[in-house]
Design a protein around this ligand. Sequence first.
Ligand SMILES: NC(=O)CC[C@H](N)C(=O)O
Length: 452
Amino acid sequence: MELAFVNPSSATLFAPTKALPSLFKHSSIRVFNVRCISNSTAGAAAGVLERPWKTSDARLVLEDGSVWKAKSFGATGTQVGEVVFNTSLTGYQEILTDPSYAGQFVLMTNPHIGNTGVNFDDEESMQCFLAGLVIRSLSISTSNWRCTKTLGDYLTERNIMGIYDVDTRAITRRLRQDGSLIGVLSTEEVKSDEELLEMSRSWDIVGNDSPLTVELGYLRKKHPLIVLAGVDLISDVSCTKPYEWVDRTSPNWDFNNEGRGEVFHVVAYDFGIKHNILRRLASYGCKITVVPSNWPASETLKMNPDGVLFSNGPGDPSAVPYAVETVKNIVGKAPVFGICMGHQLLGQALGGKTFKMKFGHHGGNHPVRNIRANRVEISAQNHNYAVDPASLPQGVEVTHVNLNDGSCAGLAFPALKVMSLQYHPEASPGPHDSDSVFGEFIVLMKQCKQQA
Ligand SMILES: NC(=O)CC[C@H](N)C(=O)O
């Protein structure tokens, strides 16, 4: 019989790890893969080695007046953000590094987080841009063959706050009922509940000249309190110079790697691009030039690309008119593919409007009807805004519909060689049902090249 012996809290409670195999030497129980992970904030550094558990040392105060006592891990301090819930069962590292979460607290509905630690491969960008992580239970043991460090140490290094022992189900029900809420997360005892509540409530009324400041983890500097609606968040997460991307999905992980043949040059606008979009394009045979969010359309067209990709990205799509203008100037001159923020920018460039949803879609289990293929795909989603299909002009086709709420999940304008998805065909994390859309983009580019 194989039995995993897991130390539940502290090495001091049980025999030292090295002694464990000898304890079981005369039994049929085999001890394997035993690692003692101390909780860095509750452990030696804090001088409380003797206490095997941690008491509440953090609060999440929501703008509706509720106060949630919690235990902190990762960074300390005070942080403001919009709370969104994510229903993915796996992939917390990809979620943490998805730049589209900038300014948001991600609350995971899966109660058990941290058990596989973090690794080198699952990074979706170079940084964590989110405001913080809210979870029910932080795994006391980390074990995975790719693991390089614990989730707590990773968040501390990146100056990102995390809290656990939170009633995530109750908060999720509140968000579903009342819509997304602004919250303030704090480990600072000197700040009263009223003060934190005031911060959460003033977040959407103060402007950039506000004397109130918060520390946005990813900017690592004091930043004026800002609102998410109406603010350009993509320029802070975009690259600053163009670069070439060559990495493909590793053959070990690629489930769809039939020979690709012809090479297409794609210019990819980085509005907060996830690495797996680039990897999937490269795996489908594209040569990729990534450009910053403010890269002029004229410069892109001078590169004579076979296609242009508009990426995912954080914040309100109606707050970035310069990006909509760029999209407008490219549409019709090269085949284009928009993903999430890119889809919302395309919707506006074609004459449509975007709106803020009640609590958005965040998770890896959203059913979408692919109208053209007449099939249902389970998709990975992460967005708070959507394109209003009623605002779109004639000729624009709604190609995908979210089956949870009937919202627009994909568009096409064949005459202008436009295609877009509101969700994430690259997954990471999430199901791969929609991966073939990258192949559809290749076909679009091929057709255009043949007609030229
Ligand atoms: N993943 C994304 O690109 C998010 C798009 C947009 N920021 C939204 O929240 O709707």
